[in-house]
Design a protein around this ligand. Sequence first.
Ligand code: SAH
Length: 243
Amino acid sequence: MNTSVLSKEKDPMGTAIYDYFEHQESSKLKVFSSQFDEDEIPVKTLFRSFSQMPILEKEALKMASGKILDVGGGSGCHSLALQEMGKEVRAIDISPLSVETMKARGVKQADLINLFDPTFTDKFDTILLLMNGSGIIGKLENMADFFIKMKQLLHPNGSIILDSSDLKYLFEDEDGSFLIDIAGDYYGEVDFHMEYKEVKGDDFDWLYIDFQTLSLYASEYGFATELIREGKHYDYLARITQK
Ligand code: SAH
């Protein structure tokens, strides 16, 4: 498991966030993957307010309670909304420019920390992973490391709230059947790299996971998974608690 943080020279998303915050506009944040066509993240959407958030995220923020950890805070959109609700939140991110932006925007506790850093041992009641939050797990083979870390960071009655998507729709045939190579890697394991202006990031693994597979792994590591709500397009919000 990678436990380091990014350097500013390899932080395209952070540079885009910083640029947008400073100038209220930005260039294209390009996303490349060996599995998909080139895509783009509209940087403005990373600055969404509570009212602009998808319903699954609104639900997640309403449910979050006690001491909250916002994992991969980005521009701080979720942390700021939680602070406005009067909740206590700490944001962490591996992107130095995102952390700088979060602080400048008023996130009271924002730190440059990798979730998997062994020296990060604070305790929380709610751990939030949003915007395909399961992505940070990277690959299915990292599930053990992920749940071990969650156990360390959670108070006994605490919960993880995350959103993800079942990518099976990408493999759907015209007749409604699914063409998935079950002998191959899990279909939700994706590799990406991003580019913004002249800043090019390294490749990283990003995990999209269907609810059933998530529940099976969670159960193996002593957690129970609850489907809170489904979105419009194979996306869902789940709450995971210790059994
Ligand atoms: N939550 C924000 C940003 C989502 S993008 C939003 O919804 O808008 C994912 C974020 O996770 C990025 O800012 C990235 O830098 C951060 N990230 C990726 N891996 C991480 C890790 N291991 N620990 C902490 N943050 C991580």
